[in-house]
Design a protein around this ligand. Structure first.
Ligand SMILES: Nc1ncnc2c1ncn2[C@@H]1O[C@H](COP(=O)(O)OP(=O)(O)OP(=O)(O)O)[C@@H](O)[C@H]1O
Length: 259
């Protein structure tokens, strides 16, 4: 289903007629969807429906999969990210990603954050320190780690590691942050902290999140997209999707009748 519910000037990512195959398996079918700027958009749907595949298209993470073939357009700020001349490293700086399992680098907390800015050319020690502090503050982790920036990131709790990964993403100043089930490995308290953080971050960033947790989608997102078998079944305002779904299969899914 194609629905243009976002005003042109508010669109951060415009996806048109996106199709994706893994070998001969057609995993995403004719997806057209506009993702709004400075909002949280959730992608929901039963296991295997293509949510992760879709979110990975938004910063070309699927390029790393050899059997994968993509057709269609993904415009970020009007530029097709699948054009031949696109610098993928630069794209992934603009469109950051946080994964399901926290994946800090095996290095100190401080170095985890300054690593990205350093590889993108920042060498000034003072500036790196202030970028690190700012990113950790934005990720609501500074107070917990400011006295141990030189200690290994691997000694942090799972929830702290995930906030560290968010800080690491923020440190390279993205425009868009993709979250692929960021809370699925976390306890309820850490989950609540990440949800609060995501809601704060939308003031400055465009957020897209894959979640299995429908309460989470309802709590934190402005817009929700429901996928089934590689198709976008329904997309709309989160309240409308949860309270007044237009499609029977959306209703069946959100009321727990299947999936
Ligand atoms: N690297 C891959 N190679 C081949 N097929 C893949 C690959 N990754 C995913 N698929 C297939 O593509 C389809 C969509 O998978 P995807 O992981 O995107 O779904 P999902 O909705 O994110 O599922 P889940 O909620 O279980 O994570 C599935 O049939 C899956 O088996």
């Amino acid at each position: 289903m194609t629905e243009r519910l976002i005003k042109d000037s508010d669109i951060a990512i415009q996806i048109s007629d996106l199709n994706l195959w893994y070998g001969t398996s057609h995993a995403l079918k004719d997806i057209s969807i506009d993702i709004p700027r400075n909002k949280v958009t959730s992608l929901i749907g039963p296991s295997g429906c293509g949510k992760s595949t879709f979110i990975r298209c938004l910063n070309r993470m699927n390029d790393l999969i050899r059997s994968c073939r993509i057709e269609g357009e993904v415009l970020v700020d009007g530029e097709n990210i699948y054009d031949d001349n696109v610098d993928v490293v630069e794209l992934r700086k603009r469109v950051g990603m946080v994964f399901q399992k926290p994946n800090p680098f095996p290095m100190s907390i401080g170095d985890n954050i300054s690593y990205g800015p350093r590889i993108h050319g920042e060498k000034n020690k003072k500036r790196l320190e202030s970028i690190t502090e700012e990113a950790l503050k934005s990720a609501a982790l500074w107070d917990e780690v400011s006295d141990r920036l030189n200690k290994s990131a691997l000694d942090l709790s799972g929830g702290q590691q995930q906030r560290l990964c968010i800080a690491r993403t923020l440190a390279v100043k993205p425009e868009i942050i993709l979250f692929d089930e960021p809370c699925s490995a976390l306890d309820p308290i850490s989950t609540a902290k990440i949800e609060e953080l995501i809601m704060d971050l939308k003031n400055e960033y465009t957020i897209v999140i894959v979640t299995h947790n429908m309460q989470q989608a309802a709590r934190i997102s402005d817009y929700t997209a429901y996928f089934l078998l590689g198709e976008l079944v329904e997309y709309g305002d989160t309240e409308q999707i949860f309270e007044n779904p237009q499609e029977k299969s959306t209703e069946d899914y959100i009321t727990g009748r299947f999936g």
